[in-house]
Design a binder for this molecule. Sequence first.
Ligand SMILES: C[S@@+](CC[C@H](N)C(=O)[O-])C[C@H]1O[C@@H](n2cnc3c(N)ncnc32)[C@H](O)[C@@H]1O
Length: 220
Amino acid sequence: MSNTNTMDLKKRGLEMKWFFDAKAAESYDDVHAAFAPSKVMLTDALPDDVRNVLDLGTGTGLELFRFFERFPDARVTALDISPNMLAQLSKRPFADRVDIIIGDFFETDFGLPEGIGYDAVISTSALHHFLEEDKVRLFRKVYECLKPGGIFVNSDYYAADQASQDASLEWYLENPEMRPHGDTPLTIENEIRALKAAGFTDITSEPAGNARYMLVKAKK
Ligand SMILES: C[S@@+](CC[C@H](N)C(=O)[O-])C[C@H]1O[C@@H](n2cnc3c(N)ncnc32)[C@H](O)[C@@H]1O
């Protein structure tokens, strides 16, 4: 099993950019309407006093409809590698409350609002493409940009077990001609191990309304 240090993150980011730039043009929103439950749960898991939030992989901003309904006075920093997805986001009715950053998760500075950090970092359907060791690096960045006591909430889909995680990765690595297709989700156990390695505590997970989706909460 060739499953360590084998993913070129720069290429992976460009694959995603290519894929979602094309998807945005061919109505991403219609396809993702079915994932509304996991996007709603993301907002509902946040504490009441959230004002300053980083959203990793915001895309067209589907999760932000419920978010701004609950937190009309909040500001969201939306980080995404796909300019076409973000072009759709900038047409949303809440666009004036969103600061857009075009960039790769691994290469972009997340910032530190007011020198203290974000109240929360959220993400949905965006982080199931990375090896566990790369997720530790990403989660460390998330941890560092949160204020003390801040929360990371991620709703995403996970491999059913280790065999299925390994099989997805093997397929991805052995079929470069099929890229950008080929998701490589971790198991929920491996995700939680990566969050712990990054420093998070009070980690919980629960089913998130769509098949194989989990809502994962972790505290700084
Ligand atoms: C499936 S979409 C999810 C969009 C939105 N969160 C939702 O739930 O509808 C995944 C998003 O993550 C972005 N993305 C994937 N890999 C990325 C990376 N390495 N850096 C920044 N954005 C990335 C894609 O461009 C895409 O917009």
